[in-house]
Design a protein around this ligand. Structure first.
Ligand code: PMP
Length: 507
């Protein structure tokens, strides 16, 4: 019998059979995978159009599922498997986003949140402003990518942007369009100042945040990412920032004579101070990631005087504080100073479309053609939406609205939370608002408590991010045009969350 089978299983027959089985198995696998993909895609399509027909009318969020909802859980799990460990926001704000409109975010489970994270401050008029969408749609049909060629969309955007400069700087500045991130704008600003001065070093301030690339991280105060990254850009010196709630020099306001700025002057002038005359001083007049800290006015004016007297270009990083966020188009306008270099990004593309620019005094324009290139310096959709946004900002006094809403929110937060033992400081300028959460016993920042407040507010439908030292600062960045009832609803939720966590702590 065995012998009879031998010819049947001769080598050629066996090979054909073997390969047929393999092909069949592969086909089966592909069919299954295809089915799997189809299932995932139909799930994703369904998830991107959840069953919500209208946005809330009363200002309040609508939470329909436990959070994260089941569909969000699926997306988050897939993200966790496939995306970088460096991802951030969805760790503490676990949702999959389907749609957004104005100040609202809709997750894939049909829950509607109030969004005070606002694309990390990149949406001055909120999500999906109809006039900005129309401008982007119009542009989409004619030209989308333009490198650094002049185009009608770019020219109109540049006109609008120059039109936002204060009178004292009008006609004095040039603009460099950068790669689309704020970090690339800061990179360009540093390169520009090094080229123009022929110097190598840069002065920055404690708590400042300027980006995630090698040079911008070097001028950023945050220490933890630097600890695993040797050889960042050398030649950076940090000086104390006017963070008056926790004075870096241990002084109280009554004993302060702007010693932080004085220290900069003394060290720069000290032949034995160890600091060379820098190519630039870079400053956020209102620190964003550092904890929503508006610098004391005298400090900023002193830094301007000190830099001007020594011909050091002063770079003001307006990436977060600009575009009307603080109630003026540029935050430095509150301080009545004129910078030499301004970096803007985030909100400038209106719909969260990427743009990053450096505005700088014409005298600094000494760099050579190609000194700062980049493929994505000409996003025409961003120019079209950005120009329309700037027109709206001017015609509807959006900065004024932001200033008024911010003052109202700050007053209410101060009145209703400053007495709580876990609230150390409530501060802000315009709609860049911060609440520092502290341990009632030690008075130090309390990151766990801040995270508990964030999570509690999230469960009740309000989204915001934390920042500052040890992430113990609640940071609110609403749309500048946030409606009064949405702002009130958000503050109701936030104040209740802080109070609940304070009560839990006291129990
Ligand atoms: N500067 C400031 C003040 C910022 O807030 C940020 C971003 N949070 C950056 C620079 C870097 O911008 P980007 O994330 O677009 O690189």
């Amino acid at each position: 019998m065995a012998g009879a089978l031998v010819p049947f299983f001769s080598l050629p027959v066996f090979s054909v059979l073997f390969f047929s089985v393999q092909v069949y198995r592969i086909n089966l696998k592909c069919a299954r995978a295809q089915k799997g993909h189809e299932r995932v895609y139909s799930f994703l399509e369904a998830a991107s159009t959840p069953d919500v027909t209208e946005w809330p009318q009363d200002g309040f969020p609508v939470i329909r599922t436990s959070l994260p909802g089941p569909k969000s859980q699926v997306l988050l799990a897939r993200q966790n498997e496939r995306e970088s460990n460096a991802r951030t926001y969805p760790r503490r704000l676990p949702i999959g986003i389907a749609q957004a409109c104005g100040s609202y975010l809709l997750d894939v489970d049909g829950n509607v949140f109030i969004d005070f994270l606002n694309g990390a401050g990149a949406l001055p008029l909120g999500h999906a402003h109809p006039r900005l969408l129309a401008a982007a749609h119009r542009q989409l049909d004619s030209l989308t990518h333009g490198l650094d060629f002049p185009t009608p969309a770019k020219t109109m955007f540049t006109d609008e942007l120059f039109g936002m400069l204060p009178d004292s700087l009008r006609g004095q500045m040039k603009v460099q369009f950068c790669g689309p991130t704020g970090s690339d704008g800061v990179e360009a600003a540093l390169k520009l100042c090094k080229t123009a001065t022929g110097r190598s070093d840069v002065v920055s301030f404690t708590g400042g945040f300027h980006g995630s690339s090698h040079s911008t991280m070097a001028v950023t105060g945050l220490r933890s990412p630097k600890e695993t990254l040797p050889n960042l850009m050398p030649g950076v010196q940090f000086f104390p920032y006017a963070y008056c709630y926790r004075c870096p020099l241990g002084l109280t306001p009554s004993r302060c004579e702007i010693n932080c700025a004085m220290q900069l002057e003394i060290i720069l002038d000290d032949a034995n101070g160890g600091v060379r005359l820098p190519a630039a001083v870079i400053l956020e007049v209102v620190q964003g990631e550092g904890g929503g800290i508006p610098a004391r006015a005298e400090f900023v004016r002193e830094v301007r005087r000190i830099t001007r007297e020594r011909a050091i270009p002063l770079i003001i990083d307006e990436i977060q504080s600009g575009c009307g966020r603080t109630g003026q188009f540029f935050a430095f306008e509150h301080y009545a100073i004129d910078p030499d270099v301004i970096v803007l990004s985030k909100g400038l593309g209106g719909l969260g479309l990427p743009i990053s620019v450096v505005l700088y005094r014409k005298e600094l324009d000494t760099w050579q053609p190609g000194a700062h290139t980049g493929t994505f310096r000409g996003n025409q959709l961003a120019f079209a939406a950005g120009a329309e946004m700037l027109r709206i900002m001017r015609s509807q006094d959006v900065c004024g609205q932001a200033g008024a809403s911010g003052a109202r929110a700050l007053a209410r937060l101060r009145q209703e939370t400053l007495g709580l033992p876990c609230v150390g400081d409530v501060r802000g300028l315009g709609l860049m608002i911060a609440i520092e959460i502290i341990s009632p016993t030690s008075g130090r920042g309390d990151p766990l408590l801040a995270a508990a407040v964030q999570s509690d507010a999230f469960q009740h439908g309000l989204i915001f991010e934390l920042g500052g030292r040890d992430d113990c600062v609640i940071r609110l960045l609403p749309a500048l045009t946030v409606e009064a009832q949405v702002l009130d609803a958000a503050l109701d939720i936030l104040i209740a969350s802080i109070s609940r966590q304070a009560a839990r702590l006291a129990a």
